[in-house]
Design a protein around this ligand. Sequence first.
Ligand SMILES: [Zn+2]
Ligand SMILES: [Zn+2]
Length: 140
Amino acid sequence: MTMTDDQLISILRDSGYKVTPQRLAICNYVLSSKEHPTAEHIHSEIVKKHPAISLNTIYQTMDMLIDLGLVQEMRFSGSSSRFDSNTSVHVNIICQKCSKIQDFESEGIRELWSRILAEMNVEPVGQRLDVYVLCDECKR
Ligand SMILES: [Zn+2]
Ligand SMILES: [Zn+2]
């Protein structure tokens, strides 16, 4: 999800969060990334412009974005969590070898999703649909 700085700032302020340039830089990076980055990866990018930033600040900002419903944490056993800014219903196509994640979205998936909710009579508090593959590069 991409949004302007003004939109982001008002969302953070309305929810009682302090807005700092570091926090904005982290939010902008994560919200515009399609890579499902790890905290370590986010840190390595943000530190280029904000050298004083700590990994802990990255984690705190991720907690804030999760709290605001703008990012979903994807936990994996044995490796770092990934952060997904695509909060709409979609399938994560995950390479088991290099851990690359690509999103698949379609009308069909959204229809199936509505049907599941209707038939099961449930209200979801989150969703995560993963498919494991070997990507084109790793297949070679
Ligand atoms: Zn995703
Ligand atoms: Zn791969």
